[in-house]
Write a protein that binds this ligand. Structure first.
Ligand code: PLP
Length: 392
């Protein structure tokens, strides 16, 4: 299935790993195996090991091989959504009574899953600021800590945490270290090489890249946890469907060039907005004033396409701003080729209102797309003007 090797460059592997041409017809793009089951040559005579679509499908295998190659892991498992991937991982890595430590500004849905679903089954958790290594050390020092859950850059405040240093802290207490690499993507950040044990993704975002598919993945090295996850994927069945796997693969082929453009556009917007009077603060790791700038420059190859801004005019200005853009569309999600604008405290982070993870009401999040950057800057400036006028 593999048509690439580990020595090849990232962009080559993104196009070829797991994506060899179809041997039957020579089709350059491997087909979508839109089938639920596979004929057997006599009982148990499987072709290529495929038996039933929940246990395996060649299109899903292609995606899993590509994801493992891009993250530098032995094995990837593709799921129906990012949260389905996270849920499978949590079920395999933890048992009732165990404790996990997570960042205090992880994606709201991750916190909700851990708090309300796994909490109900006896999983304990502590949310801490992952940029404060002493706080992390203290939180890890709780009996039964089995996991450290990192999201960097974080959502929506773009905090950057030190994967290598955190991995050391986690390993010192015997905890497995998980990185949600959704915001950076493997094109910009390689958590396994930095010492993490597991990478999770919402492939819905940059990996898919075109806002046309929901999916998730776990990438890790061979071992007991990988075997448990493969069994969990098969036995509970939250698999990526063939069409979704194919769309995600199609997106992955252009990941590197997209991430380059996302990063360039976001940097230009961050530079411009940080000088705008209506903006109190820009949260973007590419700005030298960002507290995580130097770390991000070491840990990531570029700074990515996500940024957030705090509006000087408070909640009212933030609401008017997100409702006044024309190119940026007001929508949940991120990581697609088109620019999106969001109001986290009532959209992506509504589920954490009233908790330690609450997002301030004057924060607006931008998923900067790959459109012409002048159009994006012009759109944001006209929206800020409109927001200011309607406040008068
Ligand atoms: N992780 C991060 C950082 C996210 O932003 C999201 C979704 O927004 C998820 C995980 C969950 O992924 P999905 O929506 O594909 O279930």
């Amino acid at each position: 299935m593999t048509n690439a090797d580990a020595e090849q460059g990232f962009a080559t592997r993104a196009i070829h790993a797991g994506q060899a041409f179809d041997p039957t017809t020579g089709a350059v793009v491997p087909p979508i195996y839109q089938t639920s089951t596979f004929v057997q040559d006599g009982v148990g005579g499987l072709r290529g090991g495929y038996e039933y679509g929940r246990s395996g499908n060649p299109t899903r295998t292609s995606l899993e091989v590509a994801l493992a190659s891009l993250e530098g892991g032995d094995r990837a498992l593709a799921f129906a959504s990012g949260l389905a991937a996270e849920d499978a991982l949590l079920r395999c890595a933890l048992a009732a009574g165990d404790h996990l430590v997570l960042g205090n500004d992880v994606y709201g849905g991750t916190h909700r899953l851990i708090d309300r679903i796994h909490g109900a089954w006896g999983i304990r958790h502590t949310a801490v600021d992952l940029t404060d290594l002493d706080a992390v050390r203290n939180a890890l020092d709780v009996d039964g800590t089995r996991l450290l859950w990192i999201e960097t850059p974080s959502n929506p405040l773009m905090k950057v945490s030190d994967i290598a240093a955190l991995a050391e802290l986690g390993h010192a207490v015997g905890a497995a270290v998980v990185v949600d690499n959704t915001f950076a993507s493997p094109a910009l950040q390689q958590p396994l090489a930095l010492g993490a044990d597991v990478v999770v993704h919402s492939t819905t975002k940059y990996l898919g890249g075109h806002s046309d598919v929901i999916g998730g993945a776990v990438v890790l090295n061979t071992g007991e946890l990988a075997d448990k996850l493969a069994f969990q994927q098969f036995a509970a069945g939250a698999i990526a469907a063939p069409m979704e796997a194919w769309l995600t693969l199609r997106g992955i082929k252009t990941l590197e060039v997209r991430m380059q453009r996302h990063s360039e556009n976001a940097q230009a917007i961050a530079d411009r907005l940080s000088r705008h009077p209506a903006i109190e603060r820009v949260y973007y790791p590419g700005l030298p004033t960002h507290p995580g700038h130097e770390l991000a420059a070491r840990q990531m190859s570029r700074f990515g396409g996500m940024l957030s801004v705090a509006l000087a005019g408070g909640e009212g200005a933030a609401r008017r701003f997100v409702e006044s853009t024309r190119v940026f569309q007001l929508a949940e999600s991120l990581g697609g080729v088109e620019s999106l604008i969001g109001y986290p405290s009532e959209m992506t982070h509504a589920s954490v209102r009233g908790t330690a993870l609450e997002v301030p009401a004057n924060i607006v999040r931008l998923s900067v797309g790959i459109e012409s950057v002048d159009d994006l800057i012009g759109d944001l400036e006209q929206a800020l003007d409109q927001a200011a006028q309607s406040a008068r």
